[in-house]
Design a protein around this ligand. Structure first.
Ligand code: PNS
Length: 169
């Protein structure tokens, strides 16, 4: 039994899924806001074997763990499979996603409806802080690869990792 009559208090859990290659300030904005709304927030690094990342899954998780440690209720895991199975295994009823622009909405709506149809899990959309509405890991990597300044877009730890990986000072 869960809920008001059970002995164990019901923990409100949510997952923030993504590739996080690497985590950006935009991701952290959403994860931080989710951590205020839920008791436990899982950050799920979803493994896509057909997509070669700049960082390994272990490296992404390490950067996420260090940059989310201050929130206190966020844990980071990797998962190979369907997001709904990650949720089922951990009894997570809600997925939290950031929406940057209307263009995000089309595909996000499809995924939300598919996930709900598969397992009943709900998706909650959080409007991205306008400061980060143009921000994506792909753009950060592209700009950094050409020597552009991304210091205001990622945490210092990630900037260091990017600089080291891309061989630029
Ligand atoms: O950071 P991204 O790459 O935009 O995140 C997309 C992600 C990983 C959240 C999405 O592709 C996903 O949920 N993948 C897991 C596999 C899955 O459940 N696919 C069906 C989605 S309806």
């Amino acid at each position: 039994m869960t809920g008001p009559e059970s002995e164990e208090p019901l923990l409100r859990r949510a997952v923030c899924p993504g590739s996080f290659d690497p985590v950006t300030n935009g991701h952290l904005d959403i994860i931080g806001r989710a951590s205020k709304l839920y008791d436990e927030v899982y950050v799920a690094v979803m493994i896509n074997k057909s997509k070669q990342g700049l960082f390994t899954v272990e490296e992404r998780m390490d950067l996420l763990r260090q940059t989310t440690a201050e929130y206190g209720n966020v844990s980071v895991e990797a998962f190979h499979g369907l997001l709904v199975d990650f949720c089922k295994q951990r009894e997570i009823p809600a997925i939290v996603k950031g929406l940057r622009a209307v263009s995000d909405f089309d595909y996000e709506l499809q995924m939300a409806q598919m996930n709900n149809g598969l397992s009943g899990v709900e998706t909650l959309f959080v409007p991205t802080n306008p400061t980060y509405s143009f921000l994506s890991s792909s753009l950060v990597k592209e700009v950094a690869a050409w020597g552009g300044d991304v210091a205001h877009l990622v945490p210092p730890l990630v900037l260091e990792a990017l600089t080291e990986r891309l061989g630029r000072k």
